[in-house]
Every structure is written in C-alpha cells, then in structure tokens.
Design a binder for this molecule. Structure first.
Ligand SMILES: [Fe+2]
Length: 426
C-alpha cells in the first residue's frame, strides 16, 4: 500500500494496484479518536470541525502506512490542527490511524464496516427475498411449511436457530416455530426472544382472536368471528406498520375442513402485476390511498400507497392492503383518481391477484405452532370455520426490533426487494 495527499484527500493505492481517495473532512468526521469506544457515538462537533481555522482540523498534511503486511495495518494521517471534543478538556490528537480493512470496506461499498456485529459466522451464503406464488413458482404446501418448522426450545436457546428463523422471514416472509407453550406468557417469551413487542390499539402487547359473543359490544374486528378473512396485511392504518406478526395457535378449530391460515406473498403480487398489468402496478405504487381504524377510543388514518417503492433505490419496501380498512374515497381529496378506472380495472385486478389460488399457501395451525409473518410483505387470511374454539394468541413487533436482532446476530436485515432483479427474466 502507498499513500499520498491530493487536494485535501488521502489517496491510497492498495496492494492490488487499485486506488481510493478519502476526503479529509470525511476521514476526520470518522476519526476513531473521536468515536466513543463502546457507544460508537461521535464525541466531536462536525460544525466546529469544518469551521476550524482554515479548516485545518480536517485538512490532512501527511499520510503514511505502517507495515502493510500486518493484519491490522493502519493508514496514519497527520492533521493541520487538533480537533475539539465535546468535553472541552481534551482534543483529538493531530495524528490518527484508520484501519486499512475499514477503509477498504467503504471503498468496496460494503457498508458493513461500522457494524460492530458483522463478523458472525451466520452471515455466510445469504440469499435475499425470494418471491413465491403464481409466476414465481408454486407456493409452499402445508407439508413443506411444517417441514421447515423450527423447534421452540432450540429457538430460545440456540442463536443459530434464531438466526435461521430470521433468515426465513427475510427469504420467504414467514417462519413456523413448533412446541411453543400455549399461554400468553409462553407466547410473549418466544416473541421477546427477537425483541420488544409493539403496543397497538388492540392491546398493550399480547392479544388473542377468540371468537367473541356476536351480541356483545366487544367485537371491534372481523378477526374475532368465525367468518372467512380475505388475505390482508394488518394495521394498514399505522404509519409505522408493525413488521412482524405472531400467531401462536392456542386451540385449533374443531371443524377440520375450515380455519386454515392462508398466506399470500404481497411482493409477488406487486411484482407480477408490474409485469402483466403495469398500469395497475403504477397506480397502486404512485397513488396513496386512505386506510383507517375507527374504534371507541381511537381514530387512526394513514394515506399511503399499496406498493411502497423507495424512490431512490427502486426497492419495494412494503405491501399494505386491507380492503376492509380502506377509507371512503372522497373524490375532492383525490381529484387525480379516475373513479371509473379505479372500480372497473385497478381495484378488481389487484384483489383478484391477491385471491388467486395459485398465489396462496395454506397451513393448518395446531396447538403450539407459532407462525411468524413479515407483515410488510406477506398477507394472511383465514378460511371460515364452524364453532368457536379456534384461538390464536398473538402480538406485533416493529421493523427496528427485527433489524436490530439481525445485526446482533451478524445476518443481513434488509427485507426489501429489488424489483429490477426481475427485469432481465421476462
Ligand atoms: Fe389480520
């Protein structure tokens, strides 16, 4: 490795002959001497750094490399002036060392160099989200879903099994854990193996879907009946929609012909429409719709698209749809929507695709089976059933909690899907 200074940047020529250039201000902003060793918080003020006299605190004056053959080889930089730290009593020194591996990671765009937990063995051979159903291949059968089930005790005790559950959530959008205690406390313990539960309008955390007395006042949702539930995602009316949804089967339906849980890959719905009916895809990715939840003590509303595509990256981040919770379409609020086209084409084509049997997986949950679903991607539904015994104990979790656990385990956490991946495969 060789180094030089050019126009305020430190230039590094790597051993393979490639070259990288690091702006002095960027390097000084990430000076390891000013990053707290445990919290990783910056201990310097970026404003005073760049406003220092003549910018000297972030101007490299000399750069060199110690023995490049060392595994922890560093690029050393001398600065034009010391840099003030928050406590005022100390200054970052005028010479600091940057680990060559860390700089190399940034050069290659890996972006994982600052992840303190990125070295785990679980990160090997990772696959991103794989779409399923319809044109993307047959959805998994009941037997296939059960065959992938993870043991609950191992899920609690073994990080490798927990990592596998999180990996399945990323790849297919759901996973099954078998042998979970059929109580609220047992369910809570397994949910909190991943992270904190999410409070919602339904409960402080844990909830259940036991069939309520149809004459009572407590039926606030069709979930508390034995009626069919069409595939949908939950909590569409929350700006920060819960990412994970947990269903621990406390009791199955005595009606053996009904009560199956239905799963549909919402990302596959979006991607298939993008290919077969691009005008429908464009409408639902570009036109926000209003979703609402009205209960005695809450009135939630969110205006959001069904397909949330990141404008910068083109990645599909969220599928959001519960047609029962779609708020009235006020023409004066949506002058851009052609209502005739909406009801004649866009809405029916979308709903038909979500109910297409070639897109649907079905699994009959039995006591102790806990299904975990990525609610930002996979729709769930339920076949109608007779009687009132079927009950699921459940809870929600925010995306932050899932991503945090993934990072702690050293596995990829991004559950979004790059739609352009499919462009070459038509
Ligand atoms: Fe639901």
């Amino acid at each position: 490795m060789n180094t030089s200074i050019e126009n305020g940047s430190v230039c590094v020529e790597w051993t393979d002959g490639s070259k990288s250039s690091f702006l002095g201000s960027w390097l000084r902003d990430h000076d390891p001497c000013a990053i707290h060793h445990t919290t990783k918080q910056r201990q310097s003020d970026s404003l005073s750094m760049v406003r220092s006299e003549s910018g000297a605190a972030c101007t490299p004056t000399e750069a060199w490399v110690e023995d490049a053959s060392l595994p922890d080889s560093k690029v050393w930089v001398r600065w034009g002036a010391p840099m003030d730290l928050h406590d005022g009593s100390t200054q970052a020194p005028t010479v600091t060392g940057f680990e060559a591996d860390w700089l190399d990671e940034y050069t290659r765009g890996g972006g994982h160099a600052t992840d303190a937990h990125a070295d785990s063995s679980f990160a090997a051979a990772e696959r991103g989200p794989q779409l399923w159903g319809g044109m993307f291949g047959a959805p998994p059968t009941d037997d296939e879903i059960r065959a992938q089930a993870l043991d609950a005790d191992a899920f609690m005790a073994d990080d490798a099994v927990l990592a596998e559950a999180l990996r399945q959530l990323r790849v297919t959008g759901f996973c099954l854990v078998e042998g979970v205690e059929q109580t609220q406390s047992g369910t809570t313990a397994h949910i909190e193996r991943i992270g904190h539960m999410r409070r919602t309008v339904y409960s402080d955390g844990i909830w259940d879907t036991a069939v309520r007395d149809p004459e009572s006042d407590e039926i606030f949702d069709t979930a508390y009946t034995n009626m069919e539930l069409k595939p949908h995602t939950d909590c569409t009316y929350y700006r920060d929609t819960p990412a994970l949804q947990f269903f621990n089967c406390e009791q199955a339906s005595t009606d053996t012909t009904g009560g199956q849980t239905v799963l549909v890959d919402g990302f596959a719905v979006a991607a298939s429409l993008r290919r077969t009916d691009p005008d429908v895809f464009d409408f639902f990715s570009q036109t926000p719709l209003l979703f609402h939840c009205i209960e005695p003590n809450a009135h939630l509303e969110v205006l959001a698209p069904v397909f949330d595509v990141d404008a910068r990256t083109g990645r599909l981040k969220q599928f959001r749809l519960n047609n029962d919770d779609r708020a009235p379409l006020h023409p004066h609020q949506h002058p851009d929507i052609d209502l005739d086209l909406f009801y004649r084409r866009y809405l029916p084509v979308l709903l038909e695709r979500t109910r297409d049997l070639s897109m649907s997986a079905e699994v009959r949950l039995e006591p102790g089976m806990m299904l975990v679903i990525n609610n930002l991607r996979v729709m769930h539904g339920r076949r109608a059933f007779e009687g009132s015994t079927r009950n699921m104990i459940g809870g929600y979790m925010n995306l932050d909690e899932y991503e945090s656990r993934c990072r702690l385990l050293g596995i990829p956490s991004d559950i979004s899907f790059d739609l352009s991946e499919l462009d070459g495969a038509q």
